[in-house]
Design a binder for this molecule. Structure first.
Ligand SMILES: [Zn+2]
Length: 432
């Protein structure tokens, strides 16, 4: 085809994650502008070509639940459960977080994510206009939105300010630009947003055509606190507030009851965060049951104060181990786990028409894995290699919207030394 901008040629393995589950060997991809326009048995000519003969090419990973700016608080809340974590972290956030630090921490988080092969992240944090600017500068497909608490919080916004900020959100997004994303509203949780406020958010989501992201049933104490207050599960609170009429993605969703699952069915997806859930001793989500009832399950890292990095590779591995341990090893195939980290994650966020697989017409969000490593030969099972043997340092090149944002393990957009200096200066305020 004429006028290709980029051809990724002779990929040793091309893992499409499409619905036919195609896994090609020695295939090539043609990209025009931001999109994949050709998948070919023969090498293609283009303005730029990339030799992938020693590489595995896959769709970029999709992190379905994180708080990127919390890179600045990595290791700040150790040895605690969810409630202890919130107490410690909220105090530290009060000391250093504002628009600029949220932007800076997110820039650092976006860089870490991209270097590890994550091309899309669903990010809940304060000052979302700041976080979005930081992530877009790094080149990440950054899905975010206004956050809601009943109380002013450290961004100082009263409830009415939050609502007007959210009404202006579509304009703000357009102003900041960056890769295409859906709109989101992000009430923090049912223990921080009242049913009345949740109903307001549901109406607003309808008005501006937005999805919802919220923490739900992360641990048993959350469930019992919410039950004490409302005699309901967090999912019932959402349902009764009208929030489930929109597409929801639940952060964690570790302890969903059978009646919760019946209520949400196809209206919500779960962001499974095995690393964070294990470290905070929140419990083990029954992902196999969720998936068998039709729930979409994506994978997430959570923020760096709880898990403590943005690395999706151990998240995949842990997800596989937990399924093997609780449901039997026949349920933990690398392919199923890799689908959760890519196309299922895209479906969970509502971006499956844009990204999550390598298919004609999709955006070129791609990663290259260097197979020329002792721990990656020989290849008997490509998916097992990806999930159970590969790691983030094997990701050598990354494209988002057809633009190479990571080249040979370095950002093409950010100067890490400068970023490091800025980060170290800011966090010194915490310690001093
Ligand atoms: Zn979270």
């Amino acid at each position: 085809m004429a006028n290709l901008d980029l051809a990724i040629n002779n990929a040793r393995f091309l893992v499409t994650v499409d619905s036919a589950r195609n896994l090609f060997e020695n295939y090539s991809i043609g990209i025009s502008g931001k999109q994949i326009v050709e998948i070919s048995k023969v090498p293609l000519s283009a303005k730029n070509t990339y030799d992938a003969s020693d590489k595995l090419i896959a769709p970029g990973l999709i992190n379905t639940h994180t708080h990127l700016a919390m890179t600045l608080l990595r290791g700040w809340a150790e040895g605690v459960d969810l409630q202890g974590f919130l107490e410690k972290v909220w105090a530290a956030e009060g000391a250093i977080m504002n628009y600029e630090t949220a932007e800076l921490g997110t820039k650092l988080g976006a860089l870490e994510a991209l270097l590890g092969g994550t091309t899309t992240a669903l990010d809940m944090y304060l000052f979302p206009d700041g976080t979005h600017s930081g992530a877009v500068a790094a080149g990440l497909r950054h899905v975010c939105g206004p956050i809601f608490f009943d109380f002013p919080g450290l961004d100082g916004l009263e409830w009415s300010d939050r609502i007007s900020f959210a009404k202006n959100w579509p304009m703000k997004l357009a102003e900041i630009g960056g890769p295409e994303i859906p709109k989101y509203l992000m009430p923090h949780a049912t223990y921080t947003c009242s049913p009345e406020h949740l109903s307001e958010i549901a109406k607003l989501a309808e008005e501006i055509d937005s999805n919802i992201h919220i923490h739900i049933s992360e641990n048993l104490k959350e469930n019992s606190d919410v039950a004490d207050r409302y005699q309901k599960t967090p999912t019932q609170v959402l349902h009764d507030s009208g929030v489930l009429s929109r597409h929801n993605i639940f952060g964690h969703g570790v302890h969903l009851s059978d009646s919760d699952i019946k209520l949400i069915k196809t209206k919500a997806a779960v962001a499974h965060c095995p690393g964070s859930n294990l470290k905070l001793a929140s419990g083990i989500a029954d992902v196999t049951k969720y998936r068998s009832t039709g729930l979409t399950v994506g994978l997430g890292t959570d923020g760096c104060s709880s898990s403590n990095d943005l690395d999706m590779w151990p998240v995949m591995r842990l997800a596989g181990y937990l399924v093997a341990q609780s449901q039997g090893p026949e349920n933990s195939s690398g392919e199923e786990i890799f689908r959760m980290a890519t196309i299922e994650g895209a479906r969970a966020i509502g971006v499956e028409k844009l990204v999550g697989s390598i298919e004609l017409g999709k955006q070129a969000d791609l990663i290259a894995i260097d197979l020329n490593k002792p721990h990656l030969i020989p290849v008997h099972d490509v998916y097992a290699q990806l999930v159970y043997a590969a790691g983030r340092s094997d990701v050598c090149d990354v494209w988002v919207d057809g633009e190479q944002v990571i080249s040979n393990r370095e950002s093409t957009r950010l100067n890490f030394s400068e970023l490091r200096r800025e980060v170290m200066a800011k966090v010194s305020q915490l310690n001093g």
